[in-house]
Structures are given as C-alpha cells and as structure tokens.
Design a binder for this molecule. Structure first.
Ligand code: OSB
Ligand code: MG
Length: 368
C-alpha cells in the first residue's frame, strides 16, 4: 500500500453494565480507533489499550503518544510498504504492542479492502462462524453472579468465564457450578495471586474447570510452571504471552497448557497467527481473548478465532454484551451460540460515521 496518512481518534463508549476484574471496574470503554489513509482506499484498526496501565503497561495516552511520535512517522517515512512489513518497520521501538497491533490492522485492512480480499481468508480461517464464550465480571456477591451467568446462558453463550480475585474465588465458582451443572466453565484471575495462594487455587480443582487463566503476574513464568505442577486445572496464560518468543518459553518451561491469544497483547494479528501455528504444532489448545473490542476489533477477532488451532471457545461475544451502540453498521450478533466470521473485503464491516463521531473525544490527522 501507499500510505498517505493516518487518522487517530480516542473514543469513549459507555458499557451496558460495569465490568469488574481483579484490577478494577470500568463503566466506559476508552479505545483508540486508527484509520489508515492509503492511495487505494482506507483501512481501520483498533488499539485496545485501557485508560490506565492496569491490565498491562500500556494505556490510552501512552499509546496515543507512541503512535503519533514514533510509530506513524516511521511508517510514513516509507513510500510504499506491504502490510507484512509493518511489524519490521516498527520493530526497533520497544514494547507498545497494542499500539503497533492497531496500526498494523489498519494497514492490513486498507490493503485487503483494495484487493477485495477478506481478512479471515487472508489469515487462514477454516470456519465461517466461531463458538462464542462470554467473560463475566466480578459481581456484588455469588447470588448476583449466578443471575448474570443465567442471563448469558439463556442468550446461548456456549462457555462461561468468570473473573476471580483473592476472596472472590472459591465461593463464586462453587455457586456457578452448583447452579448450572456441567457447563463449560473457566476462571480468569488477571494476575491477582502469588504462589503463596497455591492452596486456595488448588481448591478450584474440584470444579472441573476448562482452565484457570493468568493466576500470577505477567513475568512469573517460572512460578506459573511451579503452580501448574500443583494443580489439576490446566493453567492458561494471557498477560504473560506478549510475543511468539514468550509463548515458546512458556511451553518450554511447562508454564501453560493452554494459551489465550490476543492480537493487541502480542503486537498484531500476524504475530497472533505465528503463536497459533506454534501451538498447533505443539498440540497446545488456544482460544481468542478479547479486550472489549468495538465492531472493528470484534470482526478481526472472529476471523482469527476461525483458524484451525482455536479449539476452545473464545471471548468473542456479541457486541451487545458490552455496548448498546457499536461503531459499525452490522455489529457481531449471537446466533445459536456463535458469531459469524465476516466475509466482505478487509474486515468486512462498515463504519457508522455518526456513531464514530458521537463517541470521539479526541482526533488527530497526520499526513505524509
Ligand atoms: O483478561 O481477558 C482478560 C477485558 C479487558 C482486559 C483483560 C481481559 C478482559 C476480558 C474481556 O476478560 C474479554 C472480552 O472482550 O470479552
Ligand atoms: Mg485474561
């Protein structure tokens, strides 16, 4: 593609209900939307940072600065480039993976739209729809949690993930298991525990969970391997898997027997595919994580989750699980517990310009 510029926007989109994890509560999703302005047309991407550096070190204003000060200028320095070259051009800049991923996605979308080629087909999707799981935040108490989970099961979600933290773990998991029997169920700690909590975490073994996601800190690979030896529940890593190299190391150490793949966390959808390929070769199941994406990132995630190694349902839920109004004209919907993989050119979704404008709180255009 020949890049002429980029438009960046910070959006603030209200959530249909507060979303609470071990690291905090969100009521509004703050996200950066990237528009690549290319000679053959535009492309869209999403930078999935949170407003504060609580899930990882990245955050909206940091990504905004890195993108405008370093990443976009480096790309605009190149006259034309293939989307597969974006990561290499941005490689010298350390970290800022979510910012890189959102920019790379916009360039990929611009290139694929101009070729009339679907993102899913480009990535190697082998399914036309993906099973849809839902990530359920920490609620007021286990009774409230059971009612929220009941609502999602009634809607048809095929797998439930509940967020846990110290003191809000065994009783909540027991309540959901007791209420609904043998549903596919997993828990996500978002790094809230240490090895000193091994006895509490081992209590979860009796609930036959699909997995426990990221019990320990991002850089605790060795401790995760130690913990995994004390648990019957499979350990899945999210925050720790920041690259293909991190995935190689985690598998070598025995730190994970399942991996959550999020394109933002690993620096892009192409790196995500490399982790998928590695895990498929190694016989390690993967699933597609989520970052409360808008219709842009949600379409991209549905395509990624349609690759053959994604053998567990992902956090690819319908748009209305988080938002009353999306910024695309055909938001992801739940059909028989599945979300469809878009087949139109590029990401296969069209932006609703009025919604985009209504949610925009900051906008900047950079031209070559
Ligand atoms: O750990 O998977 C996580 C949301 C924000 C940050 C981290 C996580 C999550 C979720 C939501 O669990 C997944 C979704 O988008 O549905
Ligand atoms: Mg997680």
């Amino acid at each position: 593609v020949t890049l002429e510029g980029f438009e960046l926007r910070v959006l603030q989109i209200p959530l249909v209900s507060p979303f609470t994890t071990s690291f905090g509560t969100e009521t509004v999703r703050e996200v950066i939307i990237v528009r690549a302005l290319a000679a053959g047309g535009e492309g869209w991407g999403e930078i999935v940072t949170g407003a504060a550096p609580l899930y990882s070190s990245e955050y909206t204003q940091g990504a905004w600065d890195a993108a405008l000060r370093w990443l976009i200028p480096a790309l605009l320095d190149r006259h034309t480039l293939a989307p597969e070259e974006v990561a290499g051009v941005l490689g010298p800049f350390i970290g800022h993976r979510m910012a890189k991923a959102g920019i790379e996605l916009a360039v990929l979308d611009a290139a694929l739209r101009s070729e009339g080629r679907a993102f899913g087909e480009y990535l190697g999707a082998v399914r036309d729809r993906v099973p849809s799981g839902v990530s359920v935040g920490i609620q007021r108490d286990p009774v409230a949690l059971v009612e929220v989970v009941r609502g999602y099961l009634d809607e048809g979600y095929v797998r439930i993930k509940i967020k846990i933290k110290p003191g809000r773990d065994v009783a909540e998991t027991a309540a959901v298991r007791d209420a609904f029997g043998p549903i596919p169920l997993q828990v996500d700690a978002n790094s809230a525990y240490t090895l000193a909590d091994v006895d509490t975490l081992a209590e979860l073994d009796r609930f036959d969970l699909l997995l426990i996601e990221q019990p320990l800190q991002e850089d605790d690979l060795v401790d995760h391997a130690t913990l995994a030896r004390h648990l019957r529940t499979p350990v899945c890593l999210d925050e720790s898997i920041v690259s293909e190299k991190a995935a190689v190391d985690a598998l070598a150490l025995g730190a994970a027997s399942v991996i959550n793949i999020k394109a933002g966390r690993v620096g892009g959808y192409l790196e995500a595919v490399r982790i998928h390929d590695l895990c498929l070769d190694a016989g390690i199941p993967v699933w597609c994580g989520g970052m409360l994406e808008t219709g842009i990132g949600r379409a991209a995630n549905a395509a990624l989750a349609a690759l053959p190694g994604f053998t567990l349902p992902g956090d690819v839920s319908a748009s209305n699980r988080f938002y009353a109004r999306d910024i695309v004209t055909e938001p992801a919907v739940l059909e028989d517990g599945h979300v469809r993989v878009p087949t139109g050119a590029g990401l296969g979704v069209e932006i609703d310009p009025v919604a985009l404008e209504d949610f925009t709180v900051l906008r900047e255009v950079v031209r070559r």
